[in-house]
Design a protein around this ligand. Sequence first.
Ligand SMILES: [Cu+2]
Length: 176
Amino acid sequence: MTNHLRTATLAFALSAVSALTFAAGSHGGGHDEVAIGQPGKTANVSRTINIDMTDNMRFSSADIAVKQGETIRFVVKNSGKIKHEMVLGTPKELKEHYAMMMKMPEMEHADANMVTVAPGKTGEVVWQFTKAGKVDFACLQPGHYDAGMKGLVTVAETAGATGAAPKAGAAAGHKH
Ligand SMILES: [Cu+2]
């Protein structure tokens, strides 16, 4: 009886540990691109949106409306005298990335969901918004995010667009 109980307790403890390990490992790093969309193809660009970044820590357009499925070419100009960037992401990703930037201000990074622009220069991000909802963007240069250099893309659901995305999602190889 005592033995039986101990075995059961041990089995329970082991399964709890493996469940925890699995939960922690199921989302290892990387961008949650399914949530915010995917890198766009230049050939599919439906619209160009110009955004100006300034040293008063603001994007000229901080409230952008797009339709689900649209591929947008963001032409991002830095009118300031210091480096700025536009990074698309979930609020969680942006916060994590920003925390890293605060620790390593000189960190250089490049990805399809972002562009870092030197003073006086212009950069581009081509992005397809595959999911209806909200997609945040921000400048993650140290101090800028805290100063309010952020914006929001509202993705309006379009009939029929829901079925268009699964291929890309499957190709990304997300395991759950
Ligand atoms: Cu900035």
